[in-house]
Design a protein around this ligand. Structure first.
Ligand code: DHB
Ligand code: MG
Length: 220
């Protein structure tokens, strides 16, 4: 099996059951027009995040790494009208694009995009003593995943779910353990394995984004 076949199957899944609507497609178009890196979740993965959030009745979602807001829109659509999604983005230019995409998707009333380094935004958020989050999606700089996960755990309710993107990276987690991203992924797995507050697994994925995986942790 190769990347082209994985992508063809992803296209089939998208055509038959994901069927994303115009605001999501337009978000991808404006991201490309603004020269953002095309590293968004795939449509099928966006739907997966949305379904996970709906499965646990998420009312409050936290995202680390907004990029152009594509995953943000998928997840915000899982929220009830009075729900809220906070998303951290380090790059102001990306955040501007995301704010416009979210507004175009008519979700501005429930999405709060905060610009800055998550290493500063997390302590600030925790100081606000936020109502606990139900669902957290971590998809930013990969070497910081262990720190982001620890902070996420501090603000997630029991029964909540934390998902971390890109933990496999073409097998680099095993093949290239000294890569900074792999070190982050390995430290995250060691943490997940010994942390009594969560039950976790990692699902390997193939598709239009190659071979990768999501770590999924349920807060006990
Ligand atoms: C990269 C980052 C991502 O979050 C992703 O899903 C794929 C690739 C990257 O930095 O290359
Ligand atoms: Mg990612």
């Amino acid at each position: 099996m190769n990347w082209e076949q994985w992508s063809a199957v992803d296209r089939y899944i998208n055509e038959t059951l994901v069927q994303e609507n115009s605001a999501l497609n337009e978000a991808l178009r404006s991201n490309a027009a603004a020269d953002l890196p095309a590293i968004d979740v795939s449509p099928a993965q966006g739907r997966q995040l949305q379904l996970l959030a709906r499965m646990i009745g998420a009312r409050r979602i936290l995202e680390v790494g907004t990029l152009g807001g594509y995953s943000t829109i998928w997840m915000a659509r899982a929220l009830p009208d009075d729900g809220a999604l906070i998303s951290f983005e380090a790059e102001p230019r990306y955040a501007d694009v995301a704010v416009a995409n979210v507004a175009h998707a008519e979700l501005a009333d429930r999405v709060d995009i905060r610009v800055g380094d998550a290493h500063e935004l997390f302590p600030k958020l925790i100081a606000e003593q936020p109502e606990p989050f139900d669902f957290v999606f971590i998809d930013a700089d990969k070497q910081s995943n262990p720190e982001y996960f620890r902070w996420a755990l501090d603000v997630t309710r029991s029964g909540g779910v934390i998902v971390v993107d890109n933990v496999i990276r073409n097998g680099a987690i095993v093949d290239d353990p000294d890569d900074p991203g792999s070190r982050g992924a390995r430290e995250l797995h060691e943490l997940l394995g010994r942390e009594p507050r969560v039950s976790a697994t990692t699902i390997q994925t193939v598709g239009s984004k190659g071979w990768d995986g999501f770590a999924i942790a349920l807060v006990n």
